[in-house]
Design a protein around this ligand. Sequence first.
Ligand code: SAH
Length: 292
Amino acid sequence: MSEIRLYVTTTEKTAETVMALMSDAFEEEGYAIATMEIDEKRDLWEASLYLMADEEEEMRARFAALLAPHFPDMPIEREVLPDVDWIARSLEGLKPVRAGRFVVHGSHDRGKVRAGEIAIEIDAGQAFGTGHHGTTAGCLEAIAGVMRSRPVRRVLDLGTGSGVLAIAARKLAPVSVLATDIDPVATRVARENVRLNGIVSGIALETAPGFHSTAFGRHGPFDLIIANILARPLMRMAPQLAAQLAPGGQVVLSGILAEQRWKVLAAYNGAGLRHVRTLWREGWVTIHLDRR
Ligand code: SAH
């Protein structure tokens, strides 16, 4: 619905008086009011009351009644403010992202998926992972590469956020995925995205900090562990992560700044993993390792 601005044009002094009247009459009800200078030389000011289109008739009458005793001849003008759906507009800015065989897109871009692409529909929301961050795109590319070259049955997506990587893995092959996140909002959003992407089985979601959950024992060991978190927690978790890996298992790590790469590699080498490949995107790296 459009927003309307009702306003009077007057001098600075009168605008202040009108503002004070409006403030007493409307501000407590939550209406926005404002004065603004239009022309300094001619001392032209506007005093405005903002409201929604369906309130206009009632509010115009109240505004007129408020002014009448003080400024009987003052005309009330109106302006319809541009009707902007900010959420829709911010999503429009998010173009589909292509990485590997995947295309991650918002619902507004459903029509842009090309033949042969694996589409993942994620709307920007409360959880990280629309594909627009270099780390998510790097993980998507790495997952596609890993799953093409080696048999993978069980996948762990640690720090699933929007669920984008879990959904990607499941769309690529009939794998079983455990997706976890420390943030319960993320697991809720991820569950919703799994459903929106038409996936009815194969992805289990758990809220858990790091490896503190019995879910890992129930679903592991894993042939592929994907963790797009940050360098420091990844380094700290290296031994626990390696312990969840099946023999010959693969690891994809991201959330690592290029300059942190060596430290992370050292931590994972120490946990018995070997560097396979590093992907670089926008200052971030995605590291593929495997078990020696
Ligand atoms: N996997 C998604 C989201 C990455 S953002 C993608 O690649 O786009 C990182 C996510 O990890 C966030 O949702 C954050 O809540 C989660 N996270 C951070 N630390 C964590 C931890 N110690 N254990 C589990 N999840 C964690």
